[in-house]
Design a protein. Structure first.
Length: 257
């Protein structure tokens, strides 16, 4: 994006199923980023952030993007488009992007028009942040501890089910048999990685793939997914803000940058 109005400001709001992210960009720089639980009343939380939106071009995305329109004038875009825009901006040579969110996961092919083919898991919690949170809690870990603990062992426990209910029962049974919970954690990460890699394999066109979403902060998931896919994934700083960033960048483009 080029233009003379390099100081124009746009705001991207990504209302996800678990977390809401708000990113403000000025020119091509991210100047503000904030995150909070979406909760049962996301509009009330957005009202608290209202000064951020005043007089600015706002683009909403995510599950709750239509809700934002009832609060402030704004445009809306899909998460697919916003995610692709952010990945291309952050890594111009990227060929695809994986986004693991709270309730779904996506694999998107990038091209000169923005994005091409994509695969999405939005009907089952398996392979999502929610699945990992439930499994971490069952094992007695915080979500921040979960990936680190899994990387402390070399051999994973075998996990047979990816259904959240059945997997939780399986984990409880493994704990009752005295299995090292770190090995269970490792096995769960590998099971998720295999599922996501299978989905991503249907859209991969090369070996430059970006990994975004909150789950990309999990070191074991990055390592396991890279191994399953067959090459290292590229993870940006603060990957949880990527989709909101993409929405904000689209806002700048619509504002004539």
């Amino acid at each position: 994006m080029t233009g003379t109005n390099v100081n124009k400001i746009a705001v991207g709001i990504d209302i996800g199923s678990r977390m809401t992210k708000i990113v403000t960009v000025s020119g091509l720089e991210m100047v503000d980023a904030r995150i909070f639980p979406t909760g049962h009343d996301p509009l009330e939380r957005l009202k608290e952030a209202a000064p951020v939106f005043a007089g600015r071009n706002v683009i909403a995305t995510g599950y709750g993007r239509r809700l934002v329109q009832s609060l402030i004038p704004c445009g809306v875009v899909t998460e697919i488009k916003a995610c692709a825009r952010a990945a291309r901006y952050l890594y111009p040579d990227a060929e695809s992007v994986i986004d693991i969110g709270g309730q779904d996961s996506k694999a998107i092919e990038l091209n000169g028009r923005g994005f091409g083919r994509f695969e999405m898991n939005d009907r089952c919690a398996a392979g999502t942040g929610c699945f990992l949170e439930v499994m971490a809690k069952t094992l007695g870990y915080s979500i921040e501890e979960f990936g680190t603990a899994a990387m402390q062992v070399d051999l994973p426990a075998r996990i047979n089910s990816m259904c959240t209910v059945f997997a939780e029962s399986e984990v409880v049974s493994l704990i009752a048999r005295g299995e090292d919970r770190r090995r269970i954690a490792y096995g769960l990460h590998l099971a998720v990685a295999r599922r996501i890699a299978a989905m991503a394999s249907r859209i991969m066109t090369g070996k430059c793939m970006v990994f975004v979403g909150g789950v990309a902060n999990n070191p074991c998931m990055v390592s396991a997914l890279s191994e399953e896919i067959g090459f290292p994934l590229t993870v940006p700083d603060r990957p949880e803000y990527a989709v909101a960033l993409g929405a904000a960048l689209i806002g700048l483009e619509r504002d004539g940058m």
